[in-house]
Design a protein. Structure first.
Length: 153
């Protein structure tokens, strides 16, 4: 399992996701361009010393990411076809989180093998991308753990 950030805009969110990846043992893919310089102060503050322990792959653009990535793309979207609690995840899935300002373009949306949404109260638009990523990654890992326990892993 991996978490991919599509053209992230906010350094603090990237730092938070890198910290999440380091703590949970989940690799992180950063799809450039990013809306801030690598090593930005907010990025370092959010990631703390955990960011250095994350397994990070940087990709120059979407095409480079696709060429280097296997596994199903699971897109977190406010226009998801499946609620995250009803989705079935696989161990090699890649959770794709869109940019804070614009999500992902239609062609990227169309490539997703699974689109998931976090059910929210009426009138709420969306969660912070790092929070949403943590919630979905947690469910993905829970399912992977349950599957490995059933298969003796």
């Amino acid at each position: 399992m991996r978490i991919a950030l599509f053209e992230p805009d906010i350094a603090g969110n990237v730092g938070t996701v890198l910290r999440l990846g380091a703590c949970l043992g989940v690799g992180v893919d950063l799809i450039e361009p990013m809306g801030f310089p690598w090593g930005d102060r907010a990025f370092r503050r959010a990631g703390m010393d955990y960011a250095d322990m994350a397994e990070v792959r940087r990709h120059t653009d979407w095409a480079a990411f696709r060429a280097a990535t296997s596994g199903r793309i699971v897109l977190a979207t406010t226009h998801g076809a499946v609620g995250v609690w009803d989705a079935a995840f696989a161990a090699d899935d890649v959770l794709l989180l869109g940019s804070e300002g614009g999500g992902v373009p239609d062609d990227v949306h169309a490539i997703a093998g699974l689109r998931v949404a976090i059910p929210m109260r009426a009138g709420m638009r969306s969660l912070n991308v790092a929070v949403a990523g943590a919630m979905i990654a947690g469910e993905m890992l829970r399912q992977a753990h349950s599957t490995s326990r059933m298969s003796g892993g």
